[in-house]
Write a protein that binds this ligand. Sequence first.
Ligand code: NDP
Length: 431
Amino acid sequence: MPDLTPLAKFYKKTRQERIDTLEQAEWISEAQARILRESLGLSDNTASHMIENQLSLYQIPYGIALNFVINGKPYLIPMATEEPSVIAAASNAAKLVSLSNPDGFVTESLDRQMVGQIALTNVTEPDLAMLKVQKKEEELLTIANLAHPSIVKRGGGATSIQVKWIPANESNPDSFLVVYLTVDTKEAMGANMLNTMLESLVAPLEALIGGQRLMAILSNYASQSLVRATCVVKPQILASVTYSGELVRDKIISASNFARADIYRATTHNKGIMNGIDALVLASGNDWRAIEAGAHAYASQSGSYQPLATWSKDEDGNLVGEIVLPMPVGTVGGSIAIHPMAQLSHQLLGSPQAKELAQIIGALGLAQNLAALKALVTVGIQKGHMSLQAKSLLIACGATDEEIEPLTEALLKEPHLNQETAMTLLKAYRG
Ligand code: NDP
């Protein structure tokens, strides 16, 4: 296991020193250090093959969160984010968790399968149609697997078929017969293999039950790719000069209950969770829109939008956090193999398999929530944001590297942290 000692005060080092430290501690190889040092990310040539009408590259800062221990294993967590304080908050919360329990976060994958759907309209005898589909399940699965045989060779493939009738009603004039295909996509997110399999089933289904294809597509409601992450934090770890640990614990639990009761809060609660999740999903080359869509749909599964992470107290008085959400990420496919930074992220994480990656992302989301709630119920969220906010304001006003450091301190002392104040200070500094 790499030595973690040199990572102390990592945030105080320069960018070059951080990369040197990671290389010396053998977290990264010489080649990886070079990619970071020289910012050798995506080349224009590769980018031009990834999207249409490509003009340039849009850059986002890339950093690492520290202090993460998940199921007893330490991780450096790569994060691509433009938002100040996100990485510091995650690292801070991860420290609280690992100080409470040396095994850190406890995570598990509840399943790892993807679901796609074929919607047929104009099905005249839905009950009979559903029976026919159920009876022919094995044959239909064989057709799906023959459409993408390589996933079967990898030990995956189509595993089951469900069918549902959605009748027309007052608010929806159309009725649909929906066939759901479940596929074990192994290390891939599986959008393309699922779509291929689904399309192969359209003609056989139309022949079997009548009706017409409306569409055949993967669902991003990845209800069969759930991850769970939990953590326990001892109250004394939450204590500060101003607040007892028990008070902070109880307020965090109350904040969790508030998110259960109020959609305005639940949405922001979940946005904070996605601050971490999106940053790692993006850094790992995965499709963050798919993860966002699935997460919010899952948050609404009860019919009311709910917090994805919740907090309670165990019988020893410890704070206990839990997050459950769909996490259908892959370690192959999409842009993962072709984006050098996605490859580097994967190596930084110790080359996890898809299930392990999903669990790391779940733990990161829970850490992000802990950090946000702890700040909200104690000092407030602005305190931690102010330093980076001041720097952003100065950069927006045109301050140079040499001007940013002294002017940040001055700006933080001002009663109003805004662009006007930043500009006034900058003008005064330049004489
Ligand atoms: P790919 O289409 O790249 O498919 C994954 C590939 O990885 C397969 O071709 C497979 O090769 C290969 N592979 C290698 N090793 C393994 C392994 N161990 N397990 C599984 N596959 C392996 O990617 P996905 O199908 O995962 O699709 C992801 C992309 O699809 C993302 O970029 C996403 O943005 C996009 N997308 C998303 C949609 C959505 O979310 N609704 C819709 C459409 C596209 P082989 O063929 O030899 O088996």
